[in-house]
Design a protein around this ligand. Structure first.
Ligand code: MIC
Ligand code: SF4
Length: 639
């Protein structure tokens, strides 16, 4: 039978298939510092001596602003732990995990599991690359398969090629416009068609990166002569293998996009799917432009930006800042003089890291309009609650920086032509190899790195207060905000839990602790966005035992299960009738987890039975019974 590319890679890595799930062998893992400290604490708790994957890499790119001892201590812990357990360590300053992984480790046909939701960036080079919580990545490093719900495979057929000034960002913005931030849940997007050949690997990676904003499990491009050229230029052609779907492969859905018909687009505040054409925004004043992030910080992107800026000056009322995605990109910009053009135009050069994308500096002024080449513009994520953040391509962003207001870059005249070189500058000296002998390595822990909190055994009956009633599409940034003040607390759950839901209710954590066991009531797509398991761990610490939602985002649902929080789907009528402050009783939990009978949920005030369901796979029920994934793994690995 003709197979899709997704089917082929899944088949090669299949450990087990049930009616609802695939268990996949994981070849590579990546972690970043904001999720990595927990992931390695969890790996340590599993109790193995070395990772069992082909390649595991620990990156430092999120918490690079060192305003106190915490982040530097975390970096040192991560470096020690990498040496000790057989993990490559990419030093701070070497670049953003997804960009560096694509350049130096990505390989077609391999599976990659990363503790970051934008891990699907690797799909640009033909990997099956999936984002997950840190504990799932720790399990993969311990050699355990990773389970995904059987996905729908969607074919996106690309036709013709992009017009000048239109770029890969516009392709994914167009898909977000059509499908929304919920449109990819349970799906893998597989790209094909004659338009694929016209896109370089970094452009493909922009598209697969931002597929995360669709809620997709992942996105993938074929591995072809363009992939080979990229790998050759990185001195890594040895890992190349051609990969594509068979002719006549069947898909669950098919979407066609004529690249030649696309125009420059932008996502308006406060969601990546609020997409309009840049023409419609024309003339609106822009206070700040930021270029970078794992979506758009490749050499190609920044060569384009430099070419547009050459000989010109940034508008006096607009601040332009640029964070190259990797040291390789920065060094090459410096070597060919492009960096000089960028600096001379008045741009502010930032460290090669996530930086402002995760609220590490560059917060806009009050009510400021910021145009960013990033992938998320959730309310408050920039660090300024009143800011208006737009997402757009580097071409649109740089045009706005020159003009001081929104402008369709096609108004700038002929577009500069840039292409990626035949060979990149290769210097892996900032990637430290693991120690040959693990045992002598001492793992140093700063005072902010505290042991993992534990959840007791699963209760059979729970009486819970509804601590918050929320609407649709609540993000993990809403649940567990990031930014320069809160991110340094990622290794200290007690301290970070004070900020749970703080953007919605600054006193939430106090209320939650005072109320006793609690739950959250939410609409659809609860927990969209990042993979941060702190959005489950910290609520667990505050005594939250269940989330009742209309539906859940994939990674967050898994994180809730991993930490023993019940992800219960509630029907619309009961969602509407319940109010904040209500009390809910959940009965029969153990029987429901063993499949013997259904969960029983009642509203205490009215006595009525609520329309709720708890749908877990066999494995998920088992680990819930054990009190979460860590206890379950401990048992499995140690026997
Ligand atoms: C993000 O873009 O939201 C992050 C920060 O990279 C997160 C991970 C985290 O919260 O540490 C993600 O995307 O998973
Ligand atoms: Fe870093 Fe932003 Fe990418 Fe997250 S989305 S990995 S914060 S650059």
């Amino acid at each position: 039978m003709a197979k899709s590319l997704t089917d082929k890679i899944i088949e090669e890595h299949l450990v087990e298939a049930t009616d609802t799930e695939y268990a996949l062998r994981i070849d590579q893992t990546l972690t970043q510092d904001a999720t990595g400290t927990m992931a390695y604490l969890e790996f340590e708790a599993i109790g193995l001596d070395r990772v069992k994957t082909e390649v595991s890499v620990s990156y430092v790119d999120h918490n690079t602003l060192q305003t106190g001892f915490e982040n530097a201590d975390d970096h040192r812990f991560l470096q020690d732990v990498a040496a000790r357990y057989g993990v490559f360590f990419s030093r701070p300053g070497n670049g953003i995990c997804h960009q560096v992984h694509l350049e130096r480790f990505g390989a077609p046909g391999k599976t990659l599991l990363g503790s970051d939701s934008h891990t699907p960036t690797g799909g640009g080079i033909g990997m099956l690359a999936i984002g997950a919580g840190g504990l799932d990545v720790a399990a993969a490093m311990a050699g355990m398969p990773f389970n995904i719900p059987k996905p729908k495979v969607v074919s996106i057929v690309l036709k013709s090629s992009l017009q000048p000034w239109v770029s890969a960002k516009d392709v994914i913005l167009e898909i977000l416009r059509r499908l929304t931030v919920k449109g990819g849940v349970g799906r893998i997007f597989e790209y094909s068609g004659p338009g694929v050949r016209s896109l370089s690997v970094p452009e493909r990676a922009t598209i697969t990166n931002m597929g995360a904003e669709l809620g997709a499990t992942t996105s993938i491009f074929p591995s072809d002569e363009v992939t080979l050229a990229f790998l050759k230029a990185q001195g890594r052609e040895k890992v190349f293998r051609p990969l594509a779907a068979d002719k006549g492969a069947r898909y669950d859905e098919i979407i066609e996009i004529d690249l030649g018909q696309l125009e420059p687009l932008a996502a308006c505040p406060h969601s990546p799917d609020q997409v309009v054409s840049v023409r419609e925004l024309s003339g609106r004043k822009v206070d700040q432009v930021l270029i970078g992030s794992c979506t758009n910080s490749s050499l190609k992107d920044l060569l384009m930006v430099a070419a547009v800026l050459k000989g010109k000056k940034v508008h006096p009322d607009t601040s332009l800042a640029i964070a190259p995605g990797s040291r390789q990109v920065l060094e090459m910009l410096s070597d060919d003089g492009s960096l000089k053009d960028i600096i001379a135009a008045g741009a502010r050069i930032l460290e090669t890291a996530c930086g402002p994308c995760i609220g590490m500096g560059q917060a806009p002024g009050t009510g400021g309009v910021s145009v960013r080449t990033f992938n998320r513009n959730f309310h408050g994520r920039s660090g300024t609650a009143s800011a208006e953040v737009y997402l757009a391509s580097p071409e649109v962003a740089v045009a706005c920086a020159l003009k001081g207001s929104f402008i369709d870059p096609r108004e700038l005249g002929a577009s500069p032509r840039v292409s990626i070189p035949d060979s990149f500058l290769i210097d892996d000296s900032m990637i430290i190899k693991p120690a040959a002998e693990p045992h002598p390595v001492e793992v140093r822990r700063g005072p902010n790195i505290l042991p993992l909190p534990k959840r007791g055994p699963m209760e059979d009956t729970l009486t819970l207060t509804v601590l918050l009633k929320l609407s649709d599409n609540i993000t993990t940034d809403d649940i567990m905000p990031a930014g320069s003040k809160i991110l340094p607390l990622r290794s200290n759950i007690e301290a970070i839990s004070r900020y749970v839901f703080s953007g919605i209710d600054p006193d939430f954590s106090e209320h939650a602790k005072a109320a006793g066991p609690g739950c959250i009531l939410a609409g659809e797509n609860y927990g969209q966005g990042s993979s941060r398991e702190h959005a489950a761990l910290a609520p667990m610490h505050l005594g939250i035992k269940a989330v009742f939602a209309r539906s859940f985002a994939r990674i967050h649902r898994s994180n809730l299960i991993n930490f023993g929080i019940l992800p219960i789907v509630i029907d619309n009528a009961d969602y509407s009738s319940l109010a904040q402050g209500a009390t809910i009783t959940v009965k029969n939990i153990h029987k429901a987890l063993s499949g013997a009978s259904a969960l029983e949920v009642f509203s205490v005030s009215t006595g009525t039975k609520l329309g709720c369901s708890l749908t877990l796979s066999g494995r998920e029920s088992e680990l819930m019974r054990e009190g979460g994934l860590l206890n379950y793994l401990h048992k499995k690995v140690r026997g």
